[in-house]
Design a protein. Structure first.
Length: 404
């Protein structure tokens, strides 16, 4: 493991002197990236099978992304949200196009997934007009770490140290139609669901669940909000996870939230209201952010979306994902594979080392994977990754899953 020096101290000493310890000791100091690979300060190469947790959709420093960011930085860096800029409008238009949004749909741009969900939460509260204080989220959900998004996040360990959260948030068991039906009533403003739950181990819902959620929310006059921050932007083989018929079940949500892969490495979030009925969920002056719609972030996002098209990455994510699923499922020590496309959970057999130990060994061997739960590894590689690049990981995996 790298212990590169910065001045007289190792970077680890340096880190603990100046950075908050919230993420624990970082395992690596990454200094450079290109395509599916990154390098540490010692020049050791790693295959990045996580891509910033589904962020670097085009891999690292893709020429189209670098060009868009650098040209925009040389043209116009920041402008306040009293004004618009061409990249902002072009990005909003592109989002309308890829989602085939109906008339009246509207895009609010922010800087992260948590912010995209905060905006959605405010929209739901406002839509409720005071008479609908309740927001329903589901067990296993992860919606971010700011107070509102955190209140929707299910994991008690994340929420409890900061209690009380936003009032009115109720969690129901995931995938349970009866529990959802019992919880929804005319005090419900919205239901938040991730079409694929990332942080709990890449979990998909039982067939019929999203359709039932749509029917129940529509019948109760509540909003259905899909958080596609992790699962969106091509990862499943469709632009957004809910556009995959098996995942989305033909459902049209009221609000979609996006971030991560959208900027391909630049911070950006989007809260997308669908259709005229939802256009005015926030009106002028009711919400805002200094950097939301920043031209450089928008230019980066536009480059991500257009490159996904020009390089045929949706199709590729779908096909490569299918192939990977089959290959991973055949590896001794793998008990099963969850997810869709290039967002996969690899369930380790009971006699394997735990996922954290496997991920640490993988890092030693030059592969970045994420121990998303004690029994599961998460893979979310760049959409540009090739099978040839992944092959050495597949070859190494049986050894990584064996006890010493
Ligand atoms: N929603 C989902 C589904 C996520 O996976 C995440 C990040 N893991 C977030 C929201 C929060 O995004 P951010 O870290 O950009 O605030």
């Amino acid at each position: 493991m790298s212990e590169a020096t910065t001045g007289t101290a190792t970077w680890r000493d340096d880190f603990s002197r100046v950075l908050s310890p919230v993420f624990g000791t970082p395992q690596l100091d990454i200094v450079r990236g290109r395509g599916s690979y990154v390098w540490d300060a010692d020049g050791k190469q790693y295959l990045d099978l996580l891509a910033g947790i589904a962020v670097n959709a085009l891999g690292h420093c893709h020429p189209a992304w670098v060009k868009a960011v650098s040209e925009q930085a040389a043209t116009l860096g920041h402008i306040s949200n009293f004004f618009t800029s061409p990249p902002q409008i072009a990005l909003a238009e592109k989002i309308h196009e890829i989602l085939d949004l109906p008339e009246g749909s509207a895009v609010f741009l922010s800087n992260s997934g948590a912010e995209a969900n905060e905006a959605a939460l405010k929209m739901a509260r406002r839509a409720g007009g005071g008479g609908r204080p309740i927001i329903i989220a589901v067990d296993g959900a992860f919606h971010g770490r700011t107070m509102g998004a955190l209140s929707l996040t299910a994991k008690a360990a994340y929420r409890e140290p900061f209690a009380p959260g936003v009032p009115g948030v109720v969690h129901v068991p995931y995938g349970d139609v009866d529990a959802l039906a019992a919880a929804i009533n005319d005090t419900t403003a919205a239901v938040f669901i991730e079409p694929i739950q990332g942080e709990v181990g890449v979990r998909t819902h039982p067939a019929g669940y999203l359709r039932a959620a749509r029917e129940l929310t529509s019948a109760a006059g509540a909003l259905l909000i899909l958080d596609e921050v992790q699962s969106g932007i091509g990862r499943t083989g469709t632009w957004f996870a809910h556009q995959d018929p098996a995942i989305g079940e033909g459902v049209v949500p009221d609000i979609i939230t996006s971030a991560k892969g959208l900027g391909g490495g630049m911070p950006i979030g989007a809260t997308i209201t669908v259709g005229t009925e939802n256009t005015g969920l926030l009106s002028a002056g009711q919400h805002g952010t200094t950097f939301g719609g920043n031209p450089i972030a928008c230019a980066a996002a536009l480059a991500v979306l257009t490159t996904i098209e020009t390089e045929g990455l949706l199709d590729r994510a779908g096909r490569l994902g299918e192939q990977l699923r089959t290959e991973l499922a055949g590896v001794p020590g793998v008990a099963g594979v969850t997810g869709q496309g290039l967002l996969l959970g690899v369930e380790l057999a009971g006699d394997s080392p735990d996922a954290k130990a496997v991920a640490a060994r993988a890092l030693e061997a030059g592969f970045i994977v994420n121990p998303v739960t004690p029994e599961r590894l998460r893979l979310a590689p760049p959409l540009t990754i090739t099978h040839e690049e992944i092959a050495p990981f597949l070859t190494a995996l049986p050894d990584l899953l064996t006890h010493d």
